[in-house]
Design a protein around this ligand. Sequence first.
Ligand SMILES: NC(=O)c1ccc[n+]([C@@H]2O[C@H](COP(=O)([O-])OP(=O)(O)OC[C@H]3O[C@@H](n4cnc5c(N)ncnc54)[C@H](OP(=O)(O)O)[C@@H]3O)[C@@H](O)[C@H]2O)c1
Length: 287
Amino acid sequence: MGLKILVTGAKGMLGSDLVSILGSKKEYELIGATRGDFDITDHFQTTQFLRENNPNIVVHTASYTKVDDCEKNREMAFNVNAKGAENVASGCKNINAKLIYISTDYIFNGNKNEPYVEDDIPEPLNVYGDSKLGGEQAVQNILNAFMIIRTSWLFGKKGNNFVSTILKQADVVKPPYHLSIVDDQVGSPTYTIDLSYAIEKLIAHNATGVFNITNSGYCSWYQFAQKILEYSGKKGVKVVPIQSGQLNRPARRPSYSILDCSKFKKITNYTTRHWEEALKDYLQNTD
Ligand SMILES: NC(=O)c1ccc[n+]([C@@H]2O[C@H](COP(=O)([O-])OP(=O)(O)OC[C@H]3O[C@@H](n4cnc5c(N)ncnc54)[C@H](OP(=O)(O)O)[C@@H]3O)[C@@H](O)[C@H]2O)c1
């Protein structure tokens, strides 16, 4: 029989793509777990569900992902992102399952000017990043067999994301108004379908350890918005570059968070496509 894989956050943006992509492979038996199956902040529910289902691998995507809201809900952020990961890791330890924990570029402070490698020292600037780092540490403390996958700037069909937000705003903005988008944060947009295939490659290679995975290439949010408008045929909408300080958002974000994916490439012999190609694909396949 094939490997049994349980995905947490199965109705989320990444989780839903992971369930359909891993589920389409005959070598895997998939269980998509949602909050209705177990709440990851509940140790008993989490460990019991994992024991009853006894997967070989757990891909833990469930998370409190509202970066600005995490600033005012610090306790909830740590409860879901750090304690939740700890509960999932304990459940995996009980049944000897391998855990794949999804983490973020926001564990870094953005002070580097070349891509972050897996061994760089984390220093989160916001509560979300701090709580996700807490999750990473719990996984590393509890388990020997784990993967931590850091990714960035996700967009996918089953969730609100930067691309869907820009498209919605483009439909309502009328001249002389325009979209103002920050141009002083640089990162790599990543399509959840591409990330799911990349995760599958690491599973197939039975990899362990920390890995960066994003689409290739990088841009600022402003440049990202320009391409979204161009590729969706909304060239008439004007977009203006602004500085992060002008937005006054609750959570600080790293000004530079490009992740070096060469460790992933070396082990899988695979390179993710450029984010612009992934974006075109996403736009063609979205209603
Ligand atoms: N989005 C990004 O740009 C980004 C960037 C880097 C890394 N990541 C990481 O990538 C992963 C996937 O992100 P995403 O944007 O796909 O997430 P998402 O769409 O926000 O989905 C998160 C899922 O987690 C579930 N969840 C939240 N709290 C839970 C709880 N207490 N118990 C059980 N389930 C719970 C949510 O269920 P409900 O709908 O019921 O709340 C939701 O289905 C996360 O680990 C995130 O930290 C995301």
